[in-house]
Ligand binder design. Structure first.
Ligand code: GDP
Ligand code: GDP
Length: 446
């Protein structure tokens, strides 16, 4: 998972590298009192209140490449295109210049979330220098003094607030073995976590043993997230998979999870740490109200669901089979497009169909759509059907995966129905299928 990127832009000599150093905390960039001296793009990982991001100093640059070679300009443009947040730095002590205006013009067209920062506000009085920059139409300027560190904390608070949510937290999603060793290289994608849930006696243990028993080798027992939970890491031809909270499924003499209440608690705990849930239902009993309650809770957690209609071989009558499927559609309507597999965990019939379904669901869950494509889909959707009343999404990006989470930067509050429309457009354009996707809306001060 890559870090969110914060890019500092501005005409030469406004204090970009000073600010860069201030945020990073060491002197890495060379600061010289001469325009355009710091030309190299510098990138360093920065941290503020537990949020990590990549800070990029674009050096001395002007749009149009007036006094710098094109290569530098292109590099800066590329950096800004990839930015999650742009810090547009101006020099409050000098006041608004034409160069600031042309940078602003370029940034406005880009529609990225831009934080206008007036530097060299070394004292209270100098803070007032900022008002003139309101004319740039990029919202209220934030005054800082990069040199003295004045209000740098406020600036960073604001930066962190604008970062795509969840982007930083994903870094620590690496399983750790009992002795604290990382089981996977941090650069690897953590293996997907699968929870098998369902009320007692539907066939969870039978299914689990069937899944891990055959050609696959169990690699590790891992301490789960709670004390009596055991996760099982299984090597499959599709790569490793972790089955979450398998304590009750591994042993013959099982811990007593026959109480329905307890099985619910256990299921909810398991899905909490899972990327996908296999909801096992005993087809011979139809869809009980407890199946329904459990499904509702799993669905509400945002965990994608695969419905496993188990003991299917016991229902021989074709009409009865259709009845069960109709009941499923009616009572579990909210799981929508979730795949439904008719299986017999006991005989193994139909279980093989799970693998491609699982693989696809997991792929979608981890998928990242390029910002360019997100914006294309959103702008097409807006063209087909505008929100009306001048409400607009100015810019959009996928801020996080697991599940795919999209951030929409809007000029004003979007109507709820319109949000659903945009969600549908994204889902259809990128074929997310049953994978849950989330939309976050950010209002851009204009
Ligand atoms: P850059 O070209 O945008 O990277 O600008 P620099 O970081 O090289 O800064 C240009 C000049 O402005 C240097 O002389 C800095 O010492 C000075 N400078 C930077 N930040 C501040 C500040 O907050 N207050 C004052 N008074 N000077 C600053
Ligand atoms: P759990 O409580 O959900 O873990 O359920 P178990 O895996 O212990 O299964 C409960 C009972 O259902 C056991 O007697 C299993 O043999 C039986 N069972 C599980 N899957 C199937 C199946 O596909 N067909 C039939 N006929 N019985 C099954």
């Amino acid at each position: 998972m890559s870090l969110p990127t914060v890019v500092i832009v501005g005409r030469p000599n406004v204090g970009k590298s000073t600010l860069f150093n201030r945020i990073i905390g060491h002197q890495v960039a060379i600061v010289e009192d001469q325009p355009g001296v710091t030309r190299d793009r510098k990138e360093m990982e920065a941290e503020w209140t537990g949020h990590h991001f990549l800070l990029v100093d674009t050096g001395g640059w002007l749009p149009g490449g007036s006094d710098l070679d094109e290569k530098v300009s292109r590099q800066v443009e590329a950096a800004v295109q990839l930015a999650d947040v742009v810090l547009f730095l101006v020099d409050g002590s000098v006041g608004l210049t034409e160069d600031d205006e042309s940078v602003a013009h370029w940034l406005r067209r880009l529609k990225a979330p831009v934080l206008l920062v007036t530097n060299k506000a070394d004292n209270d009085r100098r803070e007032n220098d900022r008002w003139e920059f309101l004319a740039l139409g990029l919202g209220e300027p934030l005054p800082v003094s990069a040199l003295h560190g004045r209000r740098a904390g406020d600036l960073l608070d604001e930066v962190v607030r604008l970062l795509p949510e969840g982007a930083a937290e994903q870094q620590s999603d690496i399983p750790v073995s009992a002795d604290g060793d990382q089981l996977w290289n941090p650069n690897d994608v953590a293996p997907p976590r699968v929870a098998i849930v369902g009320r007692p006696n539907v066939g969870k243990s039978t299914l689990f043993n069937r899944l891990v028993g055959e050609d696959r080798s169990v690699v590790h027992d891992m301490a789960g997230t709670t004390r009596d939970a055991i996760d099982t890491l299984v090597d499959t031809p599709d790569g490793p998979i972790v089955f979450v909270d398998t304590a009750g499924m591994r042993r013959r003499s099982r811990i007593d999870d026959s109480a329905e209440y307890y099985s619910m608690v256990r299921a909810l705990r398991a899905i909490d740490g899972a990327d996908i849930a296999l909801l096992v239902i005993d087809a011979t009993e139809g869809i009980t109200s407890q199946d329904q309650r459990l499904a509702e809770r799993v669905d509400a957690s945002g965990c994608p669901i695969v419905v496993m209609l188990n003991k299917w071989e016991l229902i021989e009558d074709a009409e009865k089979r259709l009845e069960v499927l109709a009941e499923l559609k009616r009572k579990l309507y909210f799981v929508g497009d979730s795949p439904i597999l008719k299986i017999s965990a006991l005989t193994g019939k139909g279980v093989h169909k799970l693998r491609p379904v699982l693989q696809d669901a997991i792929e979608q869950y981890h998928r990242r759509v390029p910002t360019r494509d997100v914006n294309r889909v959103i702008s097409d959707a807006q063209q087909r059907q505008p929100a009306g009343h001048g409400v607009k999404v100015m810019y959009a990006l996928q801020g996080a995966t697991d599940p795919p989470t999209f951030t929409l930067f809007v000029n004003r509050e979007l109507p709820h129905t319109y949000l659903r429309y945009l969600e549908r457009s994204i889902r259809e354009a990128f074929e997310f299928g049953s994978t849950p996707i989330k939309l976050r809306v950010r209002k851009r001060s204009e």
